[in-house]
Design a protein around this ligand. Sequence first.
Ligand SMILES: *Cc1c(COP(=O)(O)O)cnc(C)c1O
Length: 379
Amino acid sequence: MRIPLSKPHIPQKVFENMNHVLTSGKLSGDGVFCHSAEEKFRNILNAKHVLLTSSCTHALEMSMLLLDAKENDEVILPSFTFTSTANAVLVAGLKPIFCEIDPNTMNMDMEDVAKKITKKTKAIIPVHYSGVACDMEKLKNICSNQNIMIVEDAAHGIGAKWKGKNLGTIGDIGTLSFHDTKNVVCGEGGAFLTNNDYLADKAQIIREKGTNRAQFLRGQVDKYTWVDKGSSYILAEPLAAILSAEIDIMDQLNQKRGIIHQYYIEKLAELEKKEILILPKIPKYCESNYHLFYILLKNQDERNSLMTSLREKGIGATFHYIPLHSSPAGEKLGYKKEQLPITEEYSNRLLRLPLYPDLTKQEYENVVEEILNWSRSFC
Ligand SMILES: *Cc1c(COP(=O)(O)O)cnc(C)c1O
């Protein structure tokens, strides 16, 4: 593709950091760069505990393993999300309960969440789609006094806010992703966030192969040993070195995304007026990080027509999540396509446009031009 959907930005400082780490001789995790990146995140995000992980998928797995679930315990999550959100639930032996989305934001529909809560509900995983926060106030009200954990999948949400609070720090636990496609990148990586000391201690053990090595390093115990279940979820130091440099320019990167987002909104407004497409809306309680830009076409045929037309011109416009409930794994769990009609409909109507910090003005102007050309020939 001449203009891809997304592309990571690598600042010069990364090369310097990499050199440092490669000559230091320490490549395993929890080294100097890991700790400096965690400290930066604690300050920027105002989170008490930040544990860097090998991916957001793994941070989600840690969260689910923390629940100490019994058989048939349930976790509510949207069907319109990445497979990792659901896999984490399955890996920990819990049952995913898929809920509908609200097409105004593509985030979970809280009315539907409320209907799906049972005595077996252990946790709810709101996914902040495109860097726009879920309605956390409604969710908190739904969960109050029910002993249900809120685990935010904030893979899209680094640097975005809900009522002034950073996404990933509003629920009991939050998870971030630094995969190449996200706003802040290190190749593959993630973070586990919590303000709860008890959960942080348990998470350390799971992250460190079931050992109390973290306590040992802090001098709280004099030997470290196997204390509970766990796995290997620590981010390697060379990746933390990349991440540490990326964090410093996060605001600039998000601002650049915001400029392109605003351009798309302004230039495509005429097509929204003609009811050819619907533009994304950011609720008042949100500050977006402009992770991705999507439009909603009238139906799947028109979406595919525009997608094909843009791709022929070398523009990497793409659909997004295929609903999980109607995927082969979802069907194995007993779900039927018809159960979540809004998710089915809107995932078929959604088209993402190129958005990344290094996208040039000429390039994003060209994207808009080609959409306008398509609309004239099509409508
Ligand atoms: C990218 C993404 C993940 C997984 O992130 P990794 O760091 O690649 O494991 C999970 N959930 C959502 C919503 C994502 O977009």
